[in-house]
Design a protein around this ligand. Structure first.
Ligand SMILES: CC[C@H](C(=O)O)C(=O)SCCNC(=O)CCNC(=O)[C@H](O)C(C)(C)COP(=O)(O)OP(=O)(O)OC[C@H]1O[C@@H](n2cnc3c(N)ncnc32)[C@H](O)[C@@H]1OP(=O)(O)O
Ligand SMILES: [Co+2]
Length: 134
């Protein structure tokens, strides 16, 4: 069911500084910041040959990553995103296996304009998983 690793997300306290570090110190190809108000984050994507890095910073008081940054003030790996062909079939298979799908269980449109869902980290060895339909 899960396919390619679409991205690894890192929550950062200073988006500009993190983007500059990837661009200047690590010599990576770094995109422009993208506000995603529906998700409560601003994201910057870094293109790698085999996947992407998604830098995340809270957008708005209700951002779901405020708690994470309070616990990890220097930032940290926040989630991995796996690709799926059919996100509703994936959701139904996961919920029937007892996994918790976050939010209201309905996919939202993510940063790539594709439907995404999130699975509770406690159900997957402490790792927050995002699924993106491609
Ligand atoms: C534009 C979209 C973009 C894209 O790629 O398309 C995105 O990726 S948007 C990314 C931001 N959105 C989300 O992360 C949505 C899903 N996340 C959530 O709903 C919350 O972050 C949640 C429920 C995972 C955690 O929320 P919160 O920290 O406020 O709740 P708790 O403090 O109750 O946490 C419960 C428990 O989980 C641990 N936790 C929290 N975040 C993570 C994490 N990223 N990875 C692993 N574990 C995490 C937290 O420490 C608590 O554990 P405990 O042992 O009880 O302390
Ligand atoms: Co993501």
């Amino acid at each position: 069911m899960i396919g390619r690793l679409n991205h690894v997300a890192i929550a950062v306290p200073d988006l500009d500084a993190a983007a500059a570090q990837y661009r200047d110190t690590l010599g990576a190809t770094v995109g422009a910041p993208q506000d995603e108000p529906d998700h409560g984050v601003t994201v910057v994507f870094i293109e790698l040959p085999n996947t992407k890095i998604e830098l995340l910073h809270p957008l708005g008081d209700a951002s779901p990553i405020h708690g994470f940054l309070e616990k990890n003030p220097a930032g940290g790996i926040h989630h991995m995103c796996y690709e799926v062909a059919d996100i509703l079939a994936a959701r139904d298979r996961l919920t029937s296996a007892g996994a918790r799908v976050l939010g209201d269980g309905e996919p939202k449109i993510g940063a790539h304009g594709k439907p995404v869902l999130f699975l509770h980290p406690k159900d997957f060895n402490g790792a927050l998983i995002e699924l993106e339909q491609v």
